[in-house]
Each structure stands twice: as C-alpha cells, then as structure tokens.
Write a protein that binds this ligand. Sequence first.
Ligand SMILES: C[S@@+](CC[C@H](N)C(=O)[O-])C[C@H]1O[C@@H](n2cnc3c(N)ncnc32)[C@H](O)[C@@H]1O
Length: 259
Amino acid sequence: MSAQFADEVGENIRRLAEASDLPQKSLDWMMAVGATGKYPYNFSWLGRPIIQYPQDMVAMQELIWSIKPDLIIETGIAHGGSLVFSASTLALLDLGDAIATGNTIDPKASSRKALGIDIDIRAHNRVAIEAHPMASRIQMIEGSSVAPDTIAQVQEEVKNYRRILVCLDSNHTHDHVLAELEAYAPLVTKDSYCVEFDTLIEDMPEGSFPDRPWGKGDNPRTAVDAFLGKTNRFEVDTAMDAKLQISVAPGGYLKCVAD
Ligand SMILES: C[S@@+](CC[C@H](N)C(=O)[O-])C[C@H]1O[C@@H](n2cnc3c(N)ncnc32)[C@H](O)[C@@H]1O
C-alpha cells in the first residue's frame, strides 16, 4: 500500500471514529437483522459454517496477514468454520513464503497451526473438519477451555511456537471469559492480538438472550474491562472498531503491546 493510500485510509478511519452517531446506527442495524433470525449463521468459510460477521472475518484476515503467526489458538470450534478460516489463512502465509523464497512446499507440511478447543466437538463436525483440505494445519482439543488439564495441554503446545494469536469465542459469561483471558492472553506474543468475540452483548438491550446464561452486565465486554484493569500488556485497538463499524467484537480487538 502506498503511503498516500495508507494516509487516505487513516483519514477515513479517523472520520469514522469521530462520527459519534454511527455506533448506535450500527447497533440498530445489527439488532434489526438479528430480529429476523441468526444472521451470523448465514455464512461459511471453504465449506464449513462459520458463526461470524463478514466484517470480523476480514479483520481477522488483516491481522493474520500482518502478524504472520505460526500458532492461532481458538476457543469455540462449533462447526469448524473459524478454525478452517485460520488454517486456510495460515496456508496462504505458507504459500506467500514459498513464492517469496522460490522454495517448493509440501502443501500438507507446515510449521503453522490452528489449535481449536471446544467442550463438545460433535462427531459430524469432527469428521468434516478432519476430512477438510486444511486439516493438516488443524489440531483440536476437546474439553472446557478453562479446565486445568486443557490449559496445561495448550501451554505444552505453545512451547513449539514463536508468534501466537488467540481468539476467544466459547461460553460468553463474565466469569468464563475472564478465566479464558487469564489463561490464554499470557500466551499471546508482543504485537499480536487476543481477540474477544461477542463483546457486543453489553450494548444490546436487557433480556436479549433469554435462553443463555449471559446478558447485559455479564458478558465478554465486562470480562475484558476487568481484565484490562489488571494488565498493561493489552490495549483496545480502537481504530479496528472505527473501521469495522459492524462487528460483534467492539472493544474486543486487544493488541499485545509488551513482552
Ligand atoms: C459461538 S460457538 C463458536 C463459533 C466458532 N468460533 C465460529 O466462528 O464458527 C461457541 C462454541 O463454544 C463452545 N463452548 C461452550 N462452552 C465451552 C467451554 N467451557 N470450553 C470450550 N468451548 C466451549 C460450544 O460448544 C460452541 O461450539
């Protein structure tokens, strides 16, 4: 990107950040589409259902391409769409490296991996993920993300990697997310990110999730606020929030600013 183009984009984002009426308009739009059904369920990535907004997928692609992690840790696998998304973007990093160096690559051999954790990996989802062309870059752990045994397995795994990005998208209660942040955010390497999904719940009206244990006052945003009160290692990427406008993770793109 030329310096002039980057300046233009920076200016766009600055103007968006200053448009104080836009967050409410974005929320109104998200509430309106949400009222028709489960809008984030409408999408798939390379054939696997992914429960995300397209804007957040683009944001994740930008982060992965710029950070170039060798390990992405994700809590919350569901159908595997976000895990395949991470693995496929890591595969593109491998391809980019091969093109840049002129080396040929074994498409199934990679030093990069997407590690997913879910308390309940449904058999049909596991079969489909393991049969996916990206499977060689995927590892799955079944167990609660906050169980000591799961955390110990992940801590063992990270010893093999140098640049680590974390995405948290499992149980959205305050206590669970805070426990996840305390377990997984320390694994994030400097200049990488810990992305906390569904912080938007805090902005939604009381009673929006009658069949869920989370809601206003008890959700990923309240957990992120509590976590940021205890650490100086992470800062909210407010420019990401401004440029996305439509996102389930406002205030959830946490940049790691210290070792
Ligand atoms: C919103 S879905 C994940 C969506 C996925 N990241 C995607 O974008 O397609 C949440 C997942 O979290 C899992 N989950 C719930 N509680 C959990 C826990 N304690 N530990 C790990 N995973 C959990 C659920 O089984 C479910 O598959």
